[in-house]
Structure formats: C-alpha cells, structure tokens
Design a protein around this ligand. Structure first.
Ligand SMILES: [Fe+2]
Ligand SMILES: [Fe+2]
Length: 297
C-alpha cells in the first residue's frame, strides 16, 4: 500500500536559506547516481532532516569510501552507494500514517532525532529521553509521562532499553519507511542492503538468512557480500568520525565487533575479517576521505 505524504514542511514557502541549501545538497548526491529523489518527497524530506543533523554527511562519506573499493563493478557500486545514502533514514522516526495513528508532531520528530543525535553509549534510553526533553518545547509536553507514553508507542521502552540497543532501532523504522514510500530506482535489494547495516549486531529487519547474507547482493573485494560490506563501511565511518578514532584503532574495533558477533556464522566471520584487512590496505585513501579532502582531490 502506498502511504500518503505526511511531512508538510517542504510545502511551506518560502524556504529558509539553510533548508534550501540542504535540500539541494541531498538532491545532488542522488542525481550523481541517476536518481531523482524529488519524486519520493517523503524520503527527500527525511533525508534533508538527516542532513541538518549531520547524519547525511556520514552517509555521503560512506558512499565515498565505497567509491575507492577496488574490483567493484560500476553497477554494484551504484547499488551500494544508494544504500549508503539512505541507510540511516530510520533515524527520522517511524511511519505514522497507519490506521488510527496520528501524524508525528514537529516536537515529537525533534525528540526522535535528538535521541539519535545524542551520544550516551554507557547509559540507558531514559538518560537520552531526559536530554531530549531539554531540547524540545516544554509547553508541548509539560508532563513527562505523556512524552514517555509517546516514546513507548514509538517502540522505545526507555526504562528497559540500553542505549546501544536503542540506537539500532532505526533500522527497523528504516525498513518500514523505505518499503512504504517506494522510489522505483530504490529496489528491494538496495533497501535490504541499507537496512541490514547493523546485521553484525544482530539487527535483521529484512529477515535475511545467513546464506543470503553470504551469497546475494553484490560482492566486493571479490569475496564479501554487499550486505556485509555496508555494515563494515558504516562502522568504520562511525568509529573514525563520531568515535574520533584513528584508522588503526577503527580497524581493531571492527575486528573486535566481528569476533563478538552472535549473529554471523564462522564462515561469514572469516570473510568479514579478510575484508577488514583489505580495507586496512586502503588506509591513505580512507584518511583523505575522513579528513574531508576527498572532494577537493
Ligand atoms: Fe545506523
Ligand atoms: Fe550510519
């Protein structure tokens, strides 16, 4: 079922300059891949929000990393780069046009985004919700209980959930968003790649099997599947930029993550670790991208 457009901000003219610039930047990235993202306004609006929060810049860096991976066919590169650009779209909150469900209010959307932008890896979701409360309009939510009720409806049980788990909820929302508001150039395969970027941590919204994970999707470095590659690129980019780690440390962290994964089979773990070694060889080029010199070069 095609959902109707439920974000109204784009229809409010005149657009503020910053919004206009962000909108153009997002459109340009997709255009480079032969995709007119304007034809899926719900997706575009959400991506502009990610751009405002800096998450879209992470996605663009991931696409730049995919660009320098050797032995990747042009078509496959395009698929992976598209998946990278949309991979965190779930960080804008879930789909809210279900039967009997109300639209997500501006303040609620802001809160969801605040949750994903704040970093409390050691804490619980409750700590983050408290921080979010500081950022939103107090008049709207004078009662904390009301807000907690809203979060619960969002599937965020803040008292029970650990921050690391809360962070990963966005892939499930992403799956819903991307399948509800389809863009004809964003195929099911691309959607599956995009939303599987926390699969090493056990989050599997597309319900991929181990075999699919190993066999399907594009293959990069002539060995790893596109699904696993995207998780690796996402983690590497996050360790380097949000985590402030040096290249060597990021590579070590990646290896640790894989070794501790309860989801990957021993065969997939080996493939993944080999690919981390391949990524390590691209150190110089990767450093250029992370330092922001890739575009200028
Ligand atoms: Fe993510
Ligand atoms: Fe990400």
């Amino acid at each position: 079922m095609v959902k109707k457009f439920n974000i109204e901000r784009g229809s409010k003219e005149p657009w503020p300059e910053e919004y206009k610039a962000n909108r153009e930047a997002v459109i340009r990235e997709f255009k480079d891949l032969g995709i007119e993202i304007e034809t899926a306004p719900e997706l575009l609006e959400r991506l502009i929000e990610l751009k405002e929060d800096g998450h879209f810049d992470d996605a663009v860096r991931m696409a730049q990393i995919i660009d320098i991976i050797p032995k990747l066919a042009e078509e496959d590169k395009k698929k992976l780069k598209t998946a990278a650009l949309i991979h965190d779209i779930g960080k804008t909150g879930g789909v809210h046009e279900k039967e009997g469900d109300k639209k997500l209010e501006d303040e609620e959307r802001k809160l969801v985004r605040a949750i994903y932008t704040y970093k409390f890896p050691w804490g619980t979701g409750a700590m983050v919700a408290n921080k979010g409360l500081e950022l939103i309009d107090k008049k709207k939510y004078p009662q904390k209980d009301e807000l907690l009720e809203f979060l619960k409806k969002e599937g965020i049980e803040i008292d029970e959930i650990k921050m690391s788990k809360l962070w990963r909820e966005h892939v499930h929302d992403g799956y819903e968003i991307l399948t509800d508001w389809r863009h004809d150039k964003i195929t099911q395969e691309i959607i599956n790649m995009a939303v599987s970027h926390h699969i090493v941590d056990g989050e599997n919204p597309a319900q991929l099997t181990e075999a699919e994970l190993a066999e399907k999707g594009v293959r990069a470095f002539s060995m790893i599947s596109g699904y696993l590659l995207l998780t690796l690129v996402d983690k590497y980019e996050a360790f380097r930029t949000r985590g402030n780690k040096k290249h060597k440390e990021a590579i070590e962290e990646l290896k640790k993550d894989v070794s501790h994964s309860k989801f990957l089979s021993p065969e997939n773990k080996l493939l993944y670790l080999d690919t981390v070694d391949e990524l390590d060889k691209l150190k110089d080029k990767l450093e250029k991208i992370v330092d922001g010199q890739a575009r200028a070069a």
